[in-house]
Design a protein around this ligand. Structure first.
Ligand SMILES: [Zn+2]
Length: 323
């Protein structure tokens, strides 16, 4: 069993995961700025409560897996850069903290890469060794498995910055400091701007909602609201075209799409497949595009999957000992 922590933007999820199955989980408010150690100590206490409910302790776990925003050095267990969240996590020694607080080995990975590792080991990517995953949410996370290994690169950013590929030259300013990134054309955070800038916004029901999300955009598009329809079609086209670019770059066997915006996967996947068929090169037109199997628990299952090899070896060893 792995104690898993998913450091999100507004909530931190935590739970107990056994070989791809979340046994139990809960969440708490994310850390305020400058409080990463105190926050992790709090989460460790909450994990201890979950374990105590099963008459267990940290000694019964194989390790602590952490899924984190930002570029993560998974070898030295450090967050290298963030984008306005958990600024004091940069440079923090997660491995030493885990050892001191719980006695356990601690592994940490970028949230998009962890989500893909989770899907690769226990979900929609199982059995394939060349995968690309895009997580559509407030921001856009990406990750790749190439030839059976996570794409990492010398600076640990390999495959992770797909939300910041430039899709419109000189476009809107992005949170990363650049302009015209994929996230500035279609993402959760840019949606209010897409609505505000739309010429038909004044006559749209979207304007009357306090905080419209993609769920509302989809529902209104269905009901005939032309502003919502045009915004949705724009985003689907931009995401689909980005998937074409990622497929052309990496030539994966399968593309997995996850994230909070995938609340109506059927029509979204159909749209992405049509865009790929229209624009794909040769046999890449037919690369599979599937929904993530663990959209709600991607962070926890991914964080726990960082221990896949040792957990499965342990399982095999104990099986051998029992026979
Ligand atoms: Zn950007």
């Amino acid at each position: 069993m792995i104690a898993a922590i998913d450091l999100g933007g507004t909530r931190t999820k935590f739970g107990l995961v056994d070989r791809g199955v979340v046994l139990e989980s809960s969440s708490c408010d994310a850390a305020s700025h400058g409080a990463i150690r105190a926050h992790l100590d709090e989460v460790a206490g909450l994990l201890e409560n979950l374990l105590a409910g099963r008459r267990l302790g940290f000694g019964d776990c194989r390790g602590i897996g952490i899924s984190s925003t930002g570029i993560v050095d998974s070898i030295r267990s450090r967050v290298l850069t963030t984008n306005g969240k958990y600024d004091d996590a940069v440079g923090f020694d997660f491995a030493s903290w885990g050892k001191e607080r719980t006695g356990l080995e601690t592994r940490i990975e970028n949230d998009a890469r962890a989500a893909l590792i989770g899907e690769w080991r226990y979900g929609a990517g199982h059995g394939r060794d060349d995968l690309f995953m895009v997580t559509l949410g407030t921001g856009i996370g990406t990750a790749a498995i190439v030839d059976g290994r996570p794409l990492v690169g010398p600076g640990f950013a390999g495959g992770n910055l797909g939300g910041h590929i430039i899709v419109r030259s000189g476009g809107r300013p992005c949170t990363c400091g650049g302009r015209g990134c994929l996230e500035t054309e279609a993402s959760g955070w840019v949606l209010p701007t897409l609505i505000a800038e739309h010429p038909k916004a004044e006559s749209s029901q979207l304007k009357k909602l306090a905080r419209p999300g993609f769920k509302e955009v989809m529902a209104l598009a269905e009901s005939g609201d032309s502003c919502a329809r045009e915004i949705l079609d724009h985003c689907l086209r931009v995401w689909g075209e980005a998937i074409v670019s990622f497929v052309h770059l990496l030539g994966p066997a399968r593309v997995i799409v996850g994230g909070g915006l995938m609340n109506n996967p059927g029509p979204m996947l159909d749209s992405f497949r049509a865009t790929l068929r229209q624009n794909g090169w040769g046999s890449l037109k037919d690369v599979e595009i599937v929904a993530a199997e663990h959209p709600d628990n991607a962070g926890l299952i991914g964080a726990a999957a960082l221990f896949y090899d040792s957990e499965n070896n342990t399982a095999r060893t104990s099986q051998q000992q029992n026979t």
